[in-house]
Design a protein around this ligand. Structure first.
Ligand code: FAD
Length: 415
C-alpha cells in the first residue's frame, strides 16, 4: 500500500490534518486506534472546545478553516453552545454529534479512514520517513507514504520512527485527568464551582481519596449532562502498568465525586453517565521541531514569517504534585502567532505533527494544545505534508493554501 500522506491519530488535530491534506490533492490514510474520530472529544469526555476565541471582553474568533467548519456543522445540529466563560472562553458540545461531524468531514474529503489500527512501527532513513506499520485484528500492515503527520498525542509514530522526541518538558509534565459525565441533574438546577468545592469538603474524604476539588462546571447542550474534570492521577502514559493504575484510581474517584455531588441541592438524583472512557493525558511526548514556541514569545506577541495558525488560550497548568491549577492569560487576552516550524520535525524532513504534540516549552505547550488550536495546527500540518509529498513544500506555499482555505493568520487585530 502506498499513500501520499499518512496521518496517525484521529483526534481533532488528526482529522484536520487528514482533511487539509486530502483537499490539497493528496491521497490520505488516517489511522486511528479507536472506533471513532475525535480523540479526547470522543473518548476522554473533553467536551469543551477551547482556543477558538480570544479571552477578553469582546470575544473574537481566531480559528477559521476546518475548525470553523466543525463548529458550524455542530451548530446546525444544535449540538454546541454559544461561547461561555470560566477562566477562558469555550463552547460545550455533544460528543455523539462531534463523532458524526468528523466522519462526514473526512468522508467528504475522500480520506481513507481506518479504525482499530494501532501504530506500532515505522521506518526512517537518514532524514526521511519511509513507512508506517500498524496492527489490526488481521495482523500487521506496512504502508509507504511521501509524508507523515503524527497526531497521536503521545508521539507514537515519531517515536517508532526514531525521530527526535522528548517526554513533556524538563520543568514539568501537565497532569492527566479523567473527564466524568453526570446525568440526573435537572436543567433548572445550576451547579456552581463553590458548591462543588463545599460538597467535596463536606464528605470528609481520607487524604488521597480524591485529588481535585475545583474545575470548570460544564452542562452539555443536548442532554444537559454535567461534565467535570476532577479525578486526576500522576502517571506515565507510555507505561501500561502506570496508565492502568491511573485509570482504575481515577474511576474510583469518579464514584466518590458522585457521592459528593448528590449532596448538592437539587442533585440527589445524579448518576454517573460515563467516565472517559479513558483517562485524559494532557501532555506526553512532543516532537522536537525546528522551533520551540515559548511562553516568552507568546507574551511578547512574537511575529513569525511562517505563522500558520493563531492561538488564544492561556498557559493552563495542572500540577502533578499538588493537583492545583493555574492559568496565565496571553497578553491583552488576545491572539498570538504559531509558526509552522514548531510542527516540523527537527531531523526528519517529511514528518510533521499537530495538536498536543506540537513543540512548545512548558507554558507555551500548555497554551497551544487545546482542541480549537489543534484543528488549526492540524490543517497546517496536513497541507505541509501534502506539499512535501509532491516536492513542493515551502512555508509560503502552506500559508497561501491556508489563507485560501479560510484560515485566520493575522493576530494584530484580534484582541
Ligand atoms: C482532562 C482534560 C481536559 C481538557 N480540557 C480541554 C478543554 O476544555 N478544551 C480543549 O479544547 N482542550 C482541552 N484539553 C486538551 C485537549 O483535549 C487536547 O490537547 C486535544 O484533544 C489535542 O488534540 P489531539 O488531536 O492532538 O490529541 P487527542 O485528542 O488525544 O487525539 C489523539 C488521537 O490519536 C489516537 N492514537 C494515539 N495513539 C495512537 C496509535 N499508536 N495508533 C493509532 N492511533 C493513536 C488516539 O486514539 C486519539 O484519537 C483537555 C485535556 C484533558 C486531558
Amino acid at each position: 500500500m502506498s499513500y501520499d500522506v499518512v496521518v496517525a491519530g484521529g483526534g481533532t488535530a488528526g482529522v484536520a490534518a487528514a482533511v487539509g491534506a486530502a483537499r490539497d490533492g493528496a491521497k490520505v490514510l488516517l489511522l486511528e486506534r479507536h472506533g471513532c474520530l475525535g480523540g479526547a472529544a470522543a473518548v476522554r469526555n473533553v467536551l469543551t472546545l477551547c482556543g477558538l476565541y480570544t479571552l477578553g471582553e469582546g470575544t473574537r474568533t481566531v480559528v477559521g478553516g476546518i475548525g470553523a467548519e466543525v463548529l458550524s456543522a455542530l451548530q446546525k445540529r444544535g449540538a454546541v453552545t454559544p461561547p461561555m466563560r470560566f477562566r477562558g472562553v469555550f463552547s460545550a458540545f455533544e460528543p455523539e454529534a462531534m463523532k458524526l461531524v468528523l466522519d462526514e468531514l473526512t468522508q467528504g474529503a475522500g480520506v481513507d479512514v481506518r479504525f482499530g489500527c494501532f501504530v506500532t512501527g515505522a521506518v526512517r532513513g537518514a532524514d526521511r520517513m519511509r513507512s508506517v506499520t500498524y496492527a489490526d485484528h488481521g495482523g500487521t500492515v506496512t504502508v509507504e507514504a511521501g509524508a507523515f503527520v503524527d497526531c497521536t498525542g503521545d508521539g507514537d509514530l515519531a517515536h517508532a520512527a526514531g525521530a527526535s522526541t522528548r517526554y513533556g518538558n524538563a520543568d514539568g509534565v501537565n497532569l492527566g485527568t479523567l473527564g466524568t459525565r453526570f446525568g440526573g441533574i435537572p436543567r433548572e438546577v445550576t451547579v456552581t464551582a463553590p458548591q462543588v468545592i463545599e460538597a467535596v469538603a463536606g464528605m470528609g474524604f481520607a487524604p488521597g481519596a480524591v485529588t481535585k476539588d475545583r474545575c470548570v462546571i460544564v452542562r452539555l447542550p443536548g442532554s444537559g449532562d454535567m461534565v467535570l474534570y476532577l479525578a486526576s492521577a500522576d502517571y506515565d502514559p507510555r507505561d501500561a502498568a502506570s496508565l492502568s493504575r491511573a485509570e482504575m484510581d481515577a474511576r474510583r474517584q469518579a464514584w466518590a465525586y458522585l457521592d459528593a455531588i448528590r449532596t448538592i441541592d437539587g442533585c440527589s438524583g445524579a448518576y454517573l453517565v460515563s467516565t472517559g472512557p479513558e483517562i485524559g493525558t494532557r501532555e506526553s511526548r512532543h516532537l522536537n521541531c525546528r522551533h520551540q514556541l515559548t511562553w516568552a514569545e507568546i507574551e511578547a506577541r512574537a511575529s513569525f514569517p511562517d505563522c500558520i495558525a493563531l492561538g488564544a488560550w492561556g498557559a493552563e497548568w495542572h500540577d502533578r504534585a499538588s493537583y492545583t491549577s493555574s492559568f496565565d492569560y496571553p497578553p491583552e487576552k488576545g491572539a498570538y502567532e504559531i509558526p509552522l516550524s514548531c510542527l516540523h520535525s527537527v531531523d526528519t524532513d517529511n514528518l510533521f505533527c499537530a495538536g498536543r504534540l506540537a513543540d512548545g516549552d512548558r507554558k507555551g505547550g500548555a497554551a497551544i494544545r487545546v482542541m480549537g488550536t489543534a484543528m488549526a495546527t492540524g490543517q497546517a500540518a496536513g497541507i505541509a505534508a501534502a506539499l512535501t509529498s509532491r516536492g513542493a513544500f515551502s512555508a509560503a506555499a502552506v500559508r497561501d493554501r491556508l489563507a485560501a482555505a479560510g484560515a485566520i493568520l493575522t493576530a494584530d487585530a484580534l484582541v
